[in-house]
Design a protein around this ligand. Structure first.
Ligand code: GLY
Length: 395
C-alpha cells in the first residue's frame, strides 16, 4: 500500500485537548439559544440560526451536546449537569417528532436518532431516548424493499424516480443493530445486513470511487444505474459520499465482520487519499484539487477521520497505525486551517464545509456552501473525542 502525505504533521495531544475544550465551551455558550430549538443544517455568514426539529440534521446538534457532556463530566460536574438537562429537553423533542411522524418519511432515522436518543440512553439511561430510538428503527425498516433488498432513501415508496438507495444510508444502519440488541428482535439487524450487502455491491465502482445514489428496477429489483445528486457530475466522486463510504465500510465491518469489507475500506480510503489536495481537506468533489477555484468540504475530512479511527480497531497493527496516522494528520489540518478559534467569528465549530453545491450536472438545491455544516461540527468533535479516550460509539 502506497503511503501518502508522509511529511504532514499529526495533531498533538495538547491540540486535541485545546480543540475539545473550545468545542465544549462553544456548545455551552450556545445552549440558551439552542435547547428548545436546534441549530440549522448550515450556518449563514458563519452563524447558525435556530430551527425546529424537522430537518434530517437536527440529531447532530444533540450529539454535540452529548459529546460535550461526556467531556465535561470528567472535570466539571455542574457544566455536565447543564448539558445533560439540555440533552433531555432535546430527547423529548425527538420523541414528540417520531410519535407525531413529523418529517420522518425518509431513511435518515439513524442520523437523527443515534447521536441524540441512542447516545442519551447509553450515557444516562434515558428511557424516553430508548423509546424514541426504537420507534425510529421501526420507521426505518418500513422503507425496506424486499425485492432488491435495500432501504429506499427518499420520497414515496411507489415512485420509480425514488427507487434508489444512497451511500449515506450506511450511517443510518447502526440504529437497526442497536434496536435488535435492545429488543432481542432480529428483524432490524436482518434488514440492516441485507441493505449493507446491496449497498456495498452497487455504490462502489471498480476503481473504488463511489456513486452517491443507485437505482434499482422496480419490478425485478435488479441493479439499474448510479446517479449523483450532490456530487459534481455522474461518474465523479462526491467528497462527502466517499467519506460516508469510508466510515460506512468501517461500520459495515464492525457489525457484519465480513473480511472483504476490510479490503473495501482500504480501497475506498486509498481512492480518497489519492484525490486530496495538499492539506488533506477535500474540495467538495474529488474531481477538484489544488489550483481549482472550488469550495472545500471540511466535514468530509472529519467523517473520513472517524471512519479510519473506527476501522483501525479491527486491523492488523501495522495497517491500524497507518490509518490512525492519516486520521491525526487530517484532523491537524482541520484544526489548524478550518476550525473556529474565536466565538466572535462563528457560533459553529468548523468553517469551510459544503452541504449542497449545485452544478450544471447535478440535481441538488444550492445551500450551505463554504459554511459550517452541523454534521461537520459533530464529526469533528467525535473524531477529537475518539483521540481523547476510548469512546463508546453512538452509532
Ligand atoms: N446525508 C446528506 C448529506 O451528506 O448531505
Amino acid at each position: 500500500m502506497e503511503i501518502l502525505f508522509a511529511d504532514m504533521p499529526a495533531i498533538a495531544e495538547e491540540e486535541i485537548s485545546e480543540a475539545l475544550r473550545f468545542c465544549a465551551e462553544q456548545v455551552e455558550r450556545n445552549l440558551p439559544e439552542f435547547t428548545d430549538k436546534f441549530q440549522k443544517a448550515y450556518s449563514e455568514g458563519g452563524f447558525y440560526q435556530p430551527t425546529e426539529n424537522r430537518d434530517w440534521t437536527t440529531g447532530f446538534w444533540t450529539g454535540e451536546i452529548w459529546l460535550s457532556y461526556e467531556y465535561r463530566r470528567e472535570s466539571d460536574a455542574a457544566a455536565a449537569e447543564r448539558l445533560k438537562a439540555a440533552g433531555e429537553v432535546q430527547i423529548d423533542s425527538f420523541l414528540h417528532r417520531i410519535d407525531n411522524k413529523i418529517e420522518v418519511d425518509h431513511h435518515d432515522m439513524g442520523f437523527l436518532y443515534s447521536p441524540s436518543c441512542v447516545a442519551g440512553y447509553k450515557l444516562t439511561g434515558s428511557k424516553k431516548g430508548r423509546e424514541a430510538a426504537i420507534k425510529a428503527a421501526d420507521q426505518l425498516i418500513a422503507r425496506f424493499h424486499p425485492v432488491g433488498a435495500f432501504i429506499q432513501a427518499w420520497g414515496p415508496m411507489d415512485a420509480p424516480e425514488n427507487h434508489r438507495l444512497i451511500i449515506d444510508c450506511l450511517l443510518n444502519l447502526p440504529l437497526l443493530y442497536w434496536a435488535s440488541e435492545e429488543t432481542g428482535d432480529a428483524k432490524y439487524r436482518d434488514i440492516a445486513e441485507k441493505h449493507i450487502h446491496t449497498a456495498i455491491k452497487n455504490v462502489i465502482r471498480e476503481d473504488y470511487s463511489t456513486w452517491h445514489t443507485f437505482f434499482f428496477d422496480m419490478e425485478t429489483g435488479a441493479p439499474d444505474h448510479g446517479a449523483t445528486c450532490q456530487g459534481y457530475r455522474d461518474g465523479s466522486a462526491w467528497a462527502r459520499g466517499q467519506a460516508w463510504g469510508i466510515y460506512g465500510s468501517a461500520l459495515a465491518y464492525k457489525y457484519t465482520k465480513r473480511a472483504e469489507y476490510i479490503d473495501i475500506f482500504k480501497n475506498v480510503a486509498q481512492y480518497y487519499l489519492a484525490h486530496l489536495p495538499k492539506d488533506m481537506v477535500p474540495f467538495w468533489d474529488l474531481e477538484f484539487t489544488d489550483g481549482d477555484d472550488q469550495p472545500r468540504d471540511s466535514s468530509s475530512a472529519s467523517i473520513a477521520a472517524c471512519g479510519m479511527l473506527e476501522m483501525a480497531k479491527y486491523m492488523e497493527p501495522a495497517d491500524a497505525e497507518i490509518y490512525r496516522k492519516y486520521a491525526r494528520q487530517m484532523l491537524k489540518s482541520v484544526y489548524d486551517g478550518y476550525a473556529v478559534k474565536d466565538a466572535k467569528e462563528s457560533n459553529g465549530l468548523v468553517l469551510h464545509s459544503t452541504y449542497s453545491n449545485h452544478s450544471p450536472y447535478n440535481t441538488c438545491n444550492h445551500c450551505g456552501v463554504d459554511e459550517c455544516n452541523i454534521w461537520g461540527d459533530y464529526f469533528y468533535m467525535e473524531a477529537l473525542t475518539r483521540l481523547h479516550k476510548d469512546w463508546e460509539l453512538y452509532w
